[in-house]
Design a protein around this ligand. Structure first.
Ligand SMILES: Nc1nc2c(ncn2[C@@H]2O[C@H](COP(=O)(O)OP(=O)(O)OP(=O)(O)O)[C@@H](O)[C@H]2O)c(=O)[nH]1
Ligand SMILES: [Mg+2]
Length: 391
């Protein structure tokens, strides 16, 4: 599957930059392309210059709202991010139009952090414009949910997340949810290592995008997972997960099938890896709430059997009994067995309900505080009414 990737705001831009690196890797390691164009859109000129891989020109690093913000961002006010995106959406659409080999693109992937101003505000607006302009291609939004400490110390984070999620869900074909906090659960030092988190966020997409682009027969599985399977699966609220297990590099010929205990241990390994993918989902959710799901097994061809693929399917079916499940096998890696999982069309997501209910109670409080501030300012002005002005 080939994507046009557009990162909005600092968080979105950096993750889009990571997708540009993923594409380089696909080209270098596998001789295929998974991204036809990568763009970063921001109100902040410094953030754009900090990227490393996206082409260094104004058509790929797109500065919006230049006059309004002086190139310094919108300081978490996502209404302003949305307004600027409405005014400058043409810049983004014009840039997409010049993408080489645009005709090869299967879908758009737009990425932003939900808690900031630029990305959070512009994501729904740019999604809507891209959808209107390219009605025949799906537009998927990746929304990065803030760290717990941001939610606790800054109410605006929750409010921004709620408004961004609600509006994006209305216009995107699917919203892929990624929670920053998930990546520091096991390793607190990652909090200060956003580059590493961005790698972990993009990684699960790698095999999923590559599998359908392979041309050589030896890399094409018994069941090829292509762009069509992904587009049929990815709808509404979606999460993504990825698990990997090491395998011995050298194995004696015929070893796999001769020993039935060995075969049992392979299935075991496959199931463990799928378990890892499910427990490492990009957002905590209940798999039983998904109505469409997909899994891809990537392993050396000698490690894959129809049985293993089927066992994994049965296992996922047990967890997501109401989902239509699609699958594929991808004979690629040496020395590892990887499972990628997409759970989609989720009927309930606790975290989203949390953002919606919390910000609904926050709104009257924020309005009250705003009024109080205005009243106080008015009171100061009133006391100054007898003082002559110099203007
Ligand atoms: N995973 C990840 N999250 C990030 C990164 N940078 C920022 N974030 C998260 O995204 C949220 C939004 O921040 P930014 O992307 O910096 O905000 P922005 O869209 O540039 O908006 P303004 O700076 O307010 O104009 C933050 O609260 C963080 O939770 C990053 O590189 N990776
Ligand atoms: Mg910024």
């Amino acid at each position: 599957m080939k994507l046009v990737v557009i990162g909005l705001g600092q968080c979105g831009g950096r993750i889009a930059d990571q997708f540009a690196r993923l594409n380089k890797r696909a080209r270098g390691q596998r001789g295929i392309e998974i991204v036809t164009g990568t763009f970063a859109v921001n109100t902040d000129a410094a953030d754009l210059s900090g990227l490393t891989t996206i082409s260094r020109n104004y058509q790929h690093r797109i500065l919006i709202g230049g006059r309004k913000t002086g190139g310094h961002g919108v300081g978490k006010v996502n209404e302003l991010g949305a307004e600027i995106a409405r005014e400058d959406s043409d810049k983004v659409i014009d840039a997409i139009r010049v993408t080489k080999r645009f005709y090869d693109t299967d879908a758009f992937l737009l990425i932003a952090g939900a808690a900031g101003g630029t990305g959070s505000g512009s994501l729904p607006v740019i999604t809507q414009h891209v959808k209107e302009r390219y009605a025949d291609k799906p537009v998927y939004a990746v929304v990065i949910l803030p760290f717990e400490h941001e939610e606790q110390t800054e109410e605006r984070s929750i409010y921004n997340a709620a408004t961004c999620l609600k509006s994006t869900y209305l216009v995107a074909d699917a919203v892929i949810l990624v929670e920053n906090q998930r990546y520091i659960r096991k390793d607190e030092s990652l909090r200060n290592n956003l580059a590493k988190i961005n790698e972990l966020i993009a990684e699960p997409f790698y095999n999923l995008l590559c599998a359908g682009e392979e041309k050589k027969p030896k890399y094409i599985g018994a069941k090829l997972l292509d762009a069509g399977d992904i587009m049929q699966t990815v709808v509404g609220w979606t999460v993504i997960g990825y698990g990997t297990s090491q395998l011995p590099l050298i194995r004696l010929p015929g070893e796999r099938t001769r020993d039935f205990r060995k075969k049992g241990s392979e299935t075991q390994k496959g199931i463990q890896t799928m378990d890892a993918a499910i427990s490492e989902l990009s957002l905590n959710c209940n798999p039983a709430d998904s109505r469409r799901a997909l899994y891809l097994l990537t392993a050396p061809s000698r490690e894959m059997s129809v049985d293993l693929v089927k066992e994994l399917g049965d296992y996922l079916r047990g967890m997501a009994p109401q989902a239509i499940i699609r699958n594929g096998d991808y004979p690629r890696e040496r020395g590892s067995l990887d499972v990628s999982v997409l759970l989609s069309e989720l009927s309930d997501v606790e975290k989203i309900r949390y953002y919606y209910t919390t910000s609904t109670t926050l709104i009257p409080e924020m309005q009250k505080r705003q009024e109080e501030t205005e009243n106080k300012l008015q009171a100061i002005e009133d006391t100054a009414k007898d003082i002559p002005s110099l203007l």
